[in-house]
Design a binder for this molecule. Structure first.
Ligand code: CA
Ligand code: CA
Length: 76
């Protein structure tokens, strides 16, 4: 996988080469939850299908907000 993304073959990934690799990896990762969320399999996530994960993400963000770094106060 690495070699195929090393466009100029110099053994290292430039920022551009890395972003192509990253885009492919994230697409692969994103495909799975998308398929799970797309309840009716029409290839589109409706507001209804997104309701549950949106709640989950809001809850996770709220949870992370409570893990604030000591000495900082929310709202600043
Ligand atoms: Ca390279
Ligand atoms: Ca759908």
């Amino acid at each position: 996988m690495w070699a195929s993304h090393d466009g100029d073959g110099n053994g290292t990934l430039s920022r551009e080469e890395f972003s192509k690799l990253f885009a492919e990896v994230t697409k692969t990762i994103a495909d799975r939850p998308f398929t799970m969320l797309d309840a009716n399999g029409d290839g589109q996530l409706s507001a209804e299908e997104m309701r549950f994960p949106a709640q989950m993400m809001a809850r996770m963000q709220a949870w992370h907000g409570q893990q604030a770094v000591p000495g900082t106060k929310p709202g600043n």
